[in-house]
Design a protein around this ligand. Structure first.
Ligand SMILES: [Ca+2]
Length: 327
């Protein structure tokens, strides 16, 4: 049973998030080809059922390259798409920062380098990253037990995850492709080329929404995976980069910002950050550093559409939290 956690609310009125390094956006590449058939892939099936070791591999730190760019010339079949012109958003002052209240806490598999978290028909699904440790899993919300797992081959680094009907769509970080699974059987039923990096993924009921570490969100057709458009994410006119795990929540795109305690609540039409949720203090973990940068950070937002409940976790966190926002 979930342990009822303290209901103390947390607020942080400080202005916008630390921007970290100023990232250079090169080009947003699109997804081309509209391929969804497994037979279209020339490479061997990268998904294996067994045998992937759990040791972390080289370059296991997602995004620690910190270039945040979407450039990947070798992306299989990916077709570069120009960033669509977008009227600059007028500066209206920084978006407000909200606090949170923990309603319940649950066990989370601390071995999971969480990259995607999503509910579908009452079931919780997670994408775990890192080389030689990536998988797709169905998880017991309360116990954290892995109920179903499909490991990826060791050279793949899994990223964002979205549920579209009976399918699950899973990104990879720098492997230039995304995978499509049958949500019930976990069988891989397709893949498509992904130009640039894959970070976060969600579905708004009509379009897939993808982040790639830059300040842009890409919109993809959920059937053909063609790129439909992009939007630049800004707060008070300033670009917000390192947009990571995503969740579509009541008309907004909620986004973890890599290596921060903050969730941006983004208007998908304008890209403007409507508000922030600051989750500072939600968990006390010793930072695991790679290249001097913390890795076990907040990442993972899942909105349960049936119960309208909101859940968050982090990479290698031992806990998953049900929260509500305190405005
Ligand atoms: Ca999510």
């Amino acid at each position: 049973m979930p342990k009822q956690a303290a209901t103390e609310s947390h607020r942080n009125p400080s202005p916008g998030p630390s921007r970290g390094l100023v990232l250079l956006l090169v080009t947003i590449f699109g997804v081309g080809g509209g391929i969804s058939c497994a037979g279209c892939a020339k490479a061997a099936d990268p998904v294996v059922e067994h045998g992937a070791p759990t040791a972390t591999g080289p370059g296991a730190a997602n995004g620690t390259g910190a270039n945040g760019t979407a450039a990947n010339e070798s992306a299989g079949g990916g077709v570069a798409e120009p960033v669509q012109p977008q009227a600059p958003q007028p500066a209206v002052g920084p978006a407000p920062v909200h606090g949170y209240r923990v309603l319940a806490e649950f066990t989370h598999d601390f071995r999971s380098f969480t990259q995607g978290l999503v509910f579908a028909e009452g079931q919780l699904y997670e994408s775990a990253g890192k080389y030689a440790a990536s998988d797709l899993r169905r998880v017991d919300l309360v116990t954290g037990e892995v109920l179903e797992r499909r490991r990826l081959a060791g050279n793949y680094f899994a990223e964002g995850l979205a549920a579209v009907g009976e399918r699950l769509i899973q990104l990879t970080w720098q492997n230039g492709k995304a995978f499509v699974y049958d949500r019930t059987t976990f069988e891989k039923i397709g893949e498509f080329p992904l130009a640039g990096e894959g970070w976060g993924l969600t579905y708004d009921g009509e379009r897939l929404i993808l982040s790639d570490g830059t300040e842009y969100l890409r919109f993809l057709d959920p059937e053909t995976f063609a790129q439909l458009g992009t939007v630049r994410v800004t707060d008070d006119g300033r670009p917000i980069q390192r947009i990571n795990e995503l969740e579509f929540v009541r008309g907004e795109v909620w986004a973890n910002i890599w290596q921060t305690n903050r969730i941006a609540r983004i208007d998908p039409q304008t890209g403007r950050v409507n508000s922030w949720v600051d989750l500072t203090g939600i968990i006390d973990v010793n930072p695991v550093l790679v290249g001097g940068e913390p890795q076990n950070v907040l990442n993972g937002i899942a909105f349960e559409p049936i119960t309208q409940q909101l859940y968050v976790t982090g990479k290698n966190w031992p806990k998953l939290f049900q929260i509500e926002v305190v405005e």
